[in-house]
Design a protein around this ligand. Structure first.
Ligand SMILES: C[S@@+](CC[C@H](N)C(=O)[O-])C[C@H]1O[C@@H](n2cnc3c(N)ncnc32)[C@H](O)[C@@H]1O
Length: 223
């Protein structure tokens, strides 16, 4: 069964967030939590100490800008034109050079093979549904240098939050609203298998159980 998707629909949400004066996808409190996760991942011994990083689903740019601030050559790909324009404005404001590309993570043809030392899932993989997930992982494999790192941080497990429970379709493990599959809540072992099926070697992983919110699977894998 092919599920209906609407990745460009994220643009409407970014337009609302900009109007509301939010900093990006996350509010300030959510950003602090996510930022500290990114900082922990950078500090991990397996994370490259320098080089080039691509963020998948770079939104309004905060993560890719953080990498640029730390001296990495940083790039991001994002489906929402509003978010890309917002991210480019922030890069100019902060005097940081980041390549923000508007496009879908299912097609990374903007970059040659072996382009990046690391690819970071900017909480985007759980937005990708069905066979598109294979495309993202095979494209990610292609653009990573041999030995390059894939960092995944993705919602997983059983639905916990009331809204998620309401929208959850157990047959597909997707959150579906208005007839569109919008988030995939895979079992950790299934997501890990997708990663290894794409050719990656799993370095390590953990499931973070978050009280009251969805669990996250954190995975470090190598090309
Ligand atoms: C949870 S948000 C995180 C945004 C950003 N990484 C951050 O940390 O602020 C997930 C992002 O993935 C983007 N996205 C969803 N589907 C996409 C696709 N097919 N291609 C590119 N970006 C996509 C969304 O527009 C959204 O910006």
């Amino acid at each position: 069964m092919t599920l209906k998707t609407d990745y460009p629909g994220h643009d409407r949400l970014y337009r609302q967030r900009r109007q509301q004066g939010q900093r990006g996808w996350d509010d300030d409190a959510q950003w602090l939590v996510w930022k500290s996760e990114i900082e922990r991942s950078i500090a991990d011994p397996s994370f490259p100490r320098s080089g080039s990083i691509l963020e998948l689903g770079s939104g309004a740019g905060d993560v890719a800008l953080l990498f640029a601030e730390r001296g990495y050559r940083s790039a991001g790909i994002e489906i929402s034109p509003t978010a890309v324009a917002w991210a480019r404005e922030k890069a100019i404001q902060h005097g940081l050079a980041v390549e923000f590309v508007q496009g879908s993570v299912t097609d990374l043809s903007h970059w040659d093979e072996d382009s990046f030392d690391a690819v970071v899932d900017g909480h985007c993989l759980h937005c990708i549904i069905g066979d598109d997930r294979k495309k993202v992982l095979s494209e990610t494999y292609r653009v990573l240098k041999p030995g390059g790192l894939l960092y995944v941080s993705t919602m997983c497990g059983e639905p916990k939050e009331p809204d998620v429970v309401k929208q959850y379709d157990p047959a597909t493990r997707c959150m579906v609203w208005s007839g569109v599959a919008r988030r995939y809540l895979g079992k950790p072992e299934d997501i890990l298998k997708e990663i290894t099926d794409a050719g990656f070697s799993l370095a390590r992983h953990e499931v973070r159980s978050n009280p009251g919110t969805q669990d996250d699977l954190i995975a470090f894998a190598r090309k």
